[in-house]
Design a protein around this ligand. Structure first.
Ligand code: BG6
Length: 480
């Protein structure tokens, strides 16, 4: 059903996330005519700013697909207004309500449709949510919240207990932006829409599963924030676990949000507790040529910090489909490249004539340059009978060159606008994901924490990674 009006209020409007992601995503939707015809956007924050100063903060991040869209920038800025208020001042929320109502009245809107987007630290979630409930809960209301949603299981439960009486699960949209990435949105179709994968997606055919996340930069400028977070909370407990859940869940009875999320929850319940000896953790030191600083060189970081900037973790799923299949998730900052990908390595075919043959591998490259490719054995053309491994390649950039591939945030904000919950994290999923990682986090942050292995800024990973992967059934066939 077409939605003809909406009011967005972005809290934390002068912050980094809003500047780099939220407003550019709202603009991306506007540019593509995906926002309702009658839309108003308020940017809410504490700093005193004029509208113009506010627009200047994110204007340069608004992207056009072609020059003819240029006028859209000014039109978008025309519907985007700054609103100054603190997060705990009831008067500010009352003023906000008046401003929204004024707009709704001017457009003869009888049934308000409001989307409140909290690009804020979790310490103020509950305060803002309580004030919104009291002063601004009018008509249809949605609350989009950003990670980190808690720090561990107890804090996530506490936050949830504060929000639940205020906003129902239907009204809440917990963003994990990985769920909005094009390739991640394709996972269920690839798995369940292709019998070739559907039939082989289990312990009988799959040798190992790996998800890896590599970033070529350190915590530059975010050390203070990162030091209390570490790589597990930053990307593994949320982004990578979400991807893994979609890779390993059973087929839902239909593609309705609750059916999908029910299956995600079921597989999350089948994860074995993480073995604290089945991990590799690291912290980066200066690059080999000395040009890039080490983690501890950041003046905002505690000089004795054991915070991990790299982790490889062995996981197991103890159910009919996956029992015995080794899974490794690994993530690191300050590595040699930018890459997020899934590798499903299949078992070896029967030996004999194929003694030296390589294993099939399905690679799902989430970024950069999204691609799905399947490594398969093929005879080398010519007179000999030699064979080699080659790729069946679905690189989006070549195959879908003419398509608009939405940014993750564009896709998710549009979903929230349309009440589509599939790509948002439900409360029980969240609790199970914290439940899985909290004992490990307690160990890593407790008195017996292991000293992280040093790796150089720009390295491929931590020392011992190849042996760790081999122990988990992954045979390196070519460099990854
Ligand atoms: C964020 C993390 O959630 O995800 C960042 O806080 C990380 O540290 C980012 O860089 C990665 O997202 P993307 O979309 O750039 O892969």
């Amino acid at each position: 059903m077409a939605i003809d009006h909406a009011v967005f209020v972005v809290f934390g409007a002068s912050g980094d996330l809003a500047k780099k992601k939220t407003f550019p995503a709202l603009f991306g939707l506007y540019r593509q005519d995906e926002l309702p015809k009658t839309t108003k956007i308020f940017g809410y924050a504490r700093s005193k700013l004029t509208n113009e100063e506010f627009h200047d903060k994110f204007r340069s991040n608004l992207k056009l697909l072609n020059d003819s869209q240029q006028p859209k920038i000014d039109q978008f800025l025309g519907i985007t207004e700054y609103f100054n208020g603190s997060y705990d001042d009831p008067e500010a929320y009352k003023r906000l309500e008046l401003a929204i109502q004024q707009f709704e009245k001017s457009q003869s809107i009888a049934t308000p449709n409001r989307i409140y987007y909290l690009a804020l630290p979790p310490s103020v979630f509950a305060t803002v949510a309580a004030n919104l409930k009291k002063y601004n809960h009018n008509g249809k209301v949605k609350l989009i919240v950003e990670k980190p949603f808690g720090h561990d299981l107890p804090s996530a439960k506490e936050l949830q207990a504060q929000l639940a009486p205020l906003f129902s699960e239907d009204e809440l949209f917990r963003i994990d932006h990985y769920l909005g990435k094009e390739l991640v949105k394709n996972l269920l179709v690839l798995r369940f829409g292709n019998e070739i994968f559907n039939a082989s997606w289990n312990k009988n055919h799959i040798q190992s599963i790996q998800i890896s996340f590599k970033e070529p930069f350190g915590t530059e400028g975010r050390g203070g924030y990162f030091d209390s977070i570490g790589i597990i909370r930053d990307v593994i407990q949320n982004h990578l676990l979400q991807v893994l859940t979609l890779l390993t869940m059973e087929r839902p009875t239909n593609f309705k949000p609750e059916s999908i999320r029910d299956e995600k929850v079921k597989v999350l319940k089948a994860f074995a507790p993480i073995d604290q000896n089945d991990i590799l953790v690291g912290q980066y030191v200066a690059s080999r040529d000395g040009s890039k600083p080490g983690y501890l060189d950041d003046s905002t970081v505690n000089p004795d910090s054991k915070c991990i900037t790299y982790a490889a973790i062995g996981l197991k799923i103890e159910n009919e489909r996956w029992d015995g299949v080794p899974i490794v998730v690994r993530a690191g900052k300050a590595l040699n490249e930018s890459k997020v990908e899934v590798r499903i390595q299949f078992k070896q075919v029967a030996k004999g004539v194929f003694n030296s043959i390589q294993k099939n591998e399905l690679v799902l490259r989430i970024q950069p340059k999204p691609a799905v490719y399947l490594k398969l054995n093929s005879k080398i053309p010519g007179l000999s009978n030699k064979f080699s491994i080659t790729d069946l390649d679905l690189t989006y950039g070549s195959r879908y060159n003419d398509f608009w591939i939405p940014e993750a945030y564009e896709s998710l904000i549009r979903d929230a606008l349309h009440d589509e919950h599939s790509n948002f994290v439900r409360d029980d999923e969240l609790e199970l994901s914290w439940g899985l990682f909290t004992p490990l986090l307690n160990y890593l942050e407790g008195p017996n924490a292991p000293t992280p292995l040093g790796y150089h800024y720009g390295d491929r990973g931590v020392p011992g990674l190849e042996q760790f992967l081999a122990k988990h059934g992954y045979e390196i066939q070519d460099r990854d």
